[in-house]
Design a protein around this ligand. Structure first.
Ligand code: ATP
Ligand code: MG
Length: 566
């Protein structure tokens, strides 16, 4: 029975509580941004282990990124400290590695099989074809994922295996093949993980879905949580059709909807709903604002060029931090709402392509604003890292992984490698080395594509990140920059994107807008990289809760002076 007071379900609203507190069986939660999906999932797990006596060893939570997994682990550590360490919180890929390590002999791999990074993949493909590039790799990856592996893909796979390697796609595809071929193994894992939940379900792909089906029986305790309108990984093979498949394959699935948005102010939410409306995959959905996040309209800023746009962002942040208010060009209204108590980490600047970060970084440096960019580079692909990892293969000094990595770096330096490159490589390896129990784990983690993600949600810095990387996050103040045709929606010059790509670009904008809690600014420039640019076609759909804004103005000044300044 659920305790009447002090329950882990107390911090949830009635719909969330129904979802989190429901017992076993398939459960599908389809809900919009900021409705507390991730919170509900986390509390559900905490509730299961501490109030329903489910053994934590039986609980598996699957998140989309390593970062999200770490965050969920932290939250659960705080909610149910006695149980958290025994839960399995994984990404599809780290779960796949675990299964393959345990079943390596049946998968035809050695106990210490390696995971090829992209450089290694290219080397292997070149060995097969005599010539290869990233595009060819991507093509092979697509073919293997959709199950249409051609001869080239087969030869590439064979060459990988000959070197006792798997690649990133294999991490899910091989466990699927293994569990399909050996049903008694699937039963073993089903018995181990009797309670499975998946966050960001809208972005699962075919192989991941097959793995879920193998791990959970049709009437199993599988919870899937997601929002079709936030599906942004179609290009990687994700397919929102898996919401329907869930209802067919896991019957009878109980479906719960969450309708209160706790994240954004009403105008931000209204603008988001307008922006997604022409392409929504959830027509007629109910989503109401519920939080206390002020009532600032959404600011739209038109800059002369990309540099002016970047300095608008930097200046605005600077001024908001100084308690400035905002001047609306449309209404003449000066908005002084809700900028009190903001710190650098409350601001995020989101963009479509990594290239846009340059102008922003320059502007921030000039303004003296501390900033952190969320990077997508794979750690293993950074210069110098590969040499250090190769050196680790030799028996060396040191007891902890961190010591061994330091000695390996010294050895690489002693052989005459460029000092700065090697130094930067250790620095980025250090945090990972400290986390790992042994060198084998260190190498696995590296190969699994640990990002040079020095991004720290708690650091007192402004965050720069791509729209894709912003998924699941929230910030009091958000800028979405580069809202121009060609960037958002992204397209190659002269080519009109196909409808389904346009729809995905629209969802990306929706994801960006819905990251904001108190203030949202959308900006576009008349000229970018020396070329004329046009504001995004999506602006036509934003509705009337937006206002054209100029500059922030210091609040201390009398109003007349403010107006004259403009
Ligand atoms: P996204 O679709 O962006 O991943 P989400 O649905 O997972 O969003 P959460 O991140 O779980 O939403 O929650 C959004 C915000 O609302 C968080 O700050 C969360 O703590 C808060 N929140 C959620 N539910 C409640 C609630 N019942 N009471 C108060 N705050 C809540
Ligand atoms: Mg979430």
């Amino acid at each position: 029975a659920i305790p009447a007071t002090g329950s882990l379900l107390d911090g949830l609203d009635p719909d969330q509580r129904e979802a989190a507190g429901s017992g076993g069986g398939p459960l599908l939660i389809i809900a919009g941004p900021g409705t507390g999906k991730t919170r509900t999932l986390t509390h559900r797990i905490a509730h299961l282990v501490s109030e329903r006596d489910i053994p934590p060893e039986q609980c598996l939570a699957i998140t989309f990124t390593r970062r999200a997994a770490e965050e969920m682990a932290e939250r659960l550590q705080a909610l149910v400290p006695g149980h958290a360490a025994k839960l399995t919180i994984a990404t599809f890929h780290s779960l796949g590695v675990r299964i393959l390590r345990e079943q390596h002999d049946r998968a035809g791999l050695s106990a210490g099989f390696g995971i090829a990074n992209q450089a290694r993949q290219l080397e292997i493909l070149t060995g097969v074809t005599g010539d290869a590039d990233r595009r060819a790799l991507a093509e092979i990856s697509r073919n293997r994922r959709t199950g249409t592996a051609d001869e080239l893909a087969q030869r590439y796979t064979k060459a990988l295996r000959q070197q006792d390697l798997v690649d990133f796609d294999d991490l899910v595809a091989l466990p699927v093949a293994l569990l399909e071929a050996e049903p008694e193994l699937a039963v073993l894992y089903r018995e181990r993980y009797r309670w499975i939940s998946v966050d960001e379900y809208q972005d699962v792909d075919e192989q991941q879905y097959r793995l879920l089906r193998l791990l959970a029986p049709a009437s199993g305790n599988l919870t899937a949580i997601g929002d079709p309108d936030q599906a942004i990984y179609r290009f990687r093979g994700a397919d929102v059709g898996f919401f329907l498949r869930f209802q067919e394959d896991f019957a009878p699935a109980r479906t719960v909807q969450l309708t209160r948005n706790y994240r954004s102010n009403p105008h931000i939410l209204g603008t988001a709903l307008h922006a997604i409306a022409p392409g929504t995959l959830v027509p007629g959905r109910e989503l109401r604002p519920y939080g206390e996040h002020g009532d600032a309209l959404v600011g739209v800023h038109h800059a002369a060029d990309d540099r002016a746009e970047a300095s608008f962002v930097a200046r605005t942040i600077d001024q908001l931090l100084g308690g400035a208010s905002f001047h609306s060009l449309d209404s003449g209204r000066v908005d002084s709402d809700g900028t009190q108590g903001l710190g650098f980490s409350d601001f995020a600047v989101l963009y479509r392509t990594d290239r846009q970060a340059r102008a922003l970084l320059d502007a921030f440096a000039q303004a003296g604003l501390p900033v952190q960019k969320r990077s997508h580079d794979r750690l293993a692909e950074r210069p110098g890292v590969e040499e250090i990892v190769a050196e680790l293969a030799h028996p060396g000094e040191g007891t902890t992984v961190a010591e061994r990595v330091r000695h390996a770096a010294d050895a690489v330096l002693a052989r005459g490698a460029e000092e700065s490159v090697v130094r930067t490589a250790v620095d980025v390896l250090k945090p990972l080395a400290r986390r790992c129990g042994d060198v084998a784990q260190f190498r696995t983690e590296l190969a699994m594509g640990v990002e040079v993600d020095t991004w720290d949600p708690r650091a007192d810095r402004v965050s720069l990140l791509t729209l894709h990387a912003s998924k699941g996050l929230e910030f009091p103040v958000v800028f979405v920059v580069g809202c121009e045709d060609g960037l958002l929606p992204l397209r190659w010059p002269g080519a009109e994107p196909p409808d389904e790509e346009l729809a995905e670009e629209r969802r990306l904008l929706f994801v960006g807008i819905t990251r904001a809690q108190r203030h949202l600014y959308l900006s576009h420039a008349a000229e970018r990289g020396g070329r004329r640019a046009r504001r995004s076609r999506f602006f036509a759909d934003l509705g009337d809760e937006v206002e054209r804004i100029g500059e922030a103005v210091p609040r201390a000044r009398p109003r007349e002076t403010q107006l004259r300044l403009l």
